[in-house]
Every structure is written in structure tokens, then in C-alpha cells.
Write a protein that binds this ligand. Structure first.
Ligand SMILES: Cc1cc2nc3c(=O)[nH]c(=O)nc-3n(C[C@H](O)[C@H](O)[C@H](O)COP(=O)(O)O)c2cc1C
Length: 175
């Protein structure tokens, strides 16, 4: 798939017919490894959650996090239907989460090429919830969670995405 097509067709689709399989997940993670990182630290390791009971626990945490944040209720079944990937980093590396965000974007684009969708579970990024998630995956104390995303085969088409016009947001030389 052309890069331009992957960039323009990537969407967050929260409904899966199946989970991403191991081969697909390996391809997605391999794409992450080429991302830029601060001081070329490459501060990423990946925990792939395939076991159903762990997926259910993480879905429970996700629902709890949304509840704590007081945001609208969402059907979170896609979390149990997909394959969850947790990006973890060494605690002592500076700017690790920013570097991991670039890695995650590579992963989302690679998933698009494989006709999959990746959903970022950003609401899990709070201190309390990350602590509980760290327990579920038995994360060593010198590592922290950077991002969580779930990958699967979408079973619906996205609605047309409205984007801002280039003319409105681009400024040359001065704002
Ligand atoms: C930092 C970040 C955190 C996000 N967290 C969540 C989340 O917790 N749950 C969710 O359903 N989508 C989450 N998303 C996905 C966004 O809702 C989605 O990217 C946005 O609505 C634009 O839609 P698109 O990805 O289809 O272009 C997150 C996206 C980003 C970049």
C-alpha cells in the first residue's frame, strides 16, 4: 500500500470480527522499530496480550478508567475481541513516551496496510490505572507503561472523516 493511502485511510474502528494474529502483530511491531526516538534510545518493548482472561481484565480496567474520568460510556467489547499490545519503556529514559508515540503511529499505519485497525487506549494512561495494569502483566519495577493499543480486523466501515482545510491551518513565515 502506498504511504499516502495508508495515512489517509487509517481510522480508529472500535468493532472487530477477529483479533490480529501473531504474524500480523509481528509485522506491526517490526514497523515500530524503525520510528525515530530521542537520542536514538529506542525505548520500547512490547507485551502482547493474547489470553482471553487477561483481555477481560484489561477491558475491566478500561471501563473503570472511563468511569473515573466521567466520560461517556462506550461499548468496549472490541478490547476482548482484538489483540492488545502494551508498549513499555525503561523508567529512566527521558522522553520515552514521546518516542513511543512515534513508534505507535508506525504501528497504526502498518495495521492499515494489513487491513486492520488499531485503537489507542489512551484513557489507561493515568498513574492509578497504569499501576493496576502493571500488576496484570507482571511489569518489572524499572519499567513503565507508555501506551496501550488494540488491533483487530474491523467489521464495519468508518464514516467519512472531516479534516481541517490546509488553507486554514497553514502559516508561512508568520502566524
Ligand atoms: C493520545 C490518544 C488517546 C486515545 N485514547 C483513546 C481511548 O482511550 N479510547 C478510544 O476509543 N479512542 C482513543 N483514541 C482514538 C481517538 O478517539 C481517535 O484517534 C480520534 O477520534 C480520531 O479518529 P481516527 O483515529 O479515526 O482518525 C485516542 C487517540 C489518541 C491520539
Amino acid at each position: 500500500m502506498e504511504l499516502d493511502k495508508a495515512i489517509k485511510t487509517r481510522r480508529t474502528i472500535r468493532s472487530f470480527s477477529r483479533a490480529a494474529n501473531r504474524e500480523e502483530i509481528r509485522g506491526i511491531i517490526e514497523a515500530a522499530l524503525y520510528a525515530p526516538s530521542a537520542m536514538n534510545s529506542q525505548p520500547w518493548e512490547f507485551v502482547v496480550i493474547e489470553r482471553q482472561e487477561k483481555k477481560a481484565k484489561i477491558r475491566g480496567l478500561y471501563d473503570k478508567a472511563r468511569n473515573l474520568l466521567g466520560i461517556y460510556r462506550q461499548d468496549s467489547e472490541f478490547i476482548e475481541k482484538g489483540t492488545i499490545v502494551i508498549i513499555v519503556s525503561p523508567k529512566e529514559v527521558k522522553n520515552a513516551r514521546i518516542s513511543c508515540a512515534f513508534a505507535l503511529q508506525n504501528m497504526l499505519l502498518k495495521a492499515t496496510e494489513l487491513k486492520l485497525s488499531g485503537v489507542i487506549l489512551g484513557v489507561l494512561n493515568s498513574e492509578k490505572i497504569e499501576r493496576e495494569l502493571a500488576e496484570i502483566i507482571k511489569l518489572p519495577s524499572n519499567k513503565k507503561i507508555s501506551f496501550v493499543a488494540v488491533f483487530g480486523k474491523p467489521n464495519k466501515r468508518p464514516t467519512e472523516k472531516e479534516i481541517k482545510s490546509l488553507e486554514r491551518i497553514i502559516h508561512f513565515d508568520v502566524f
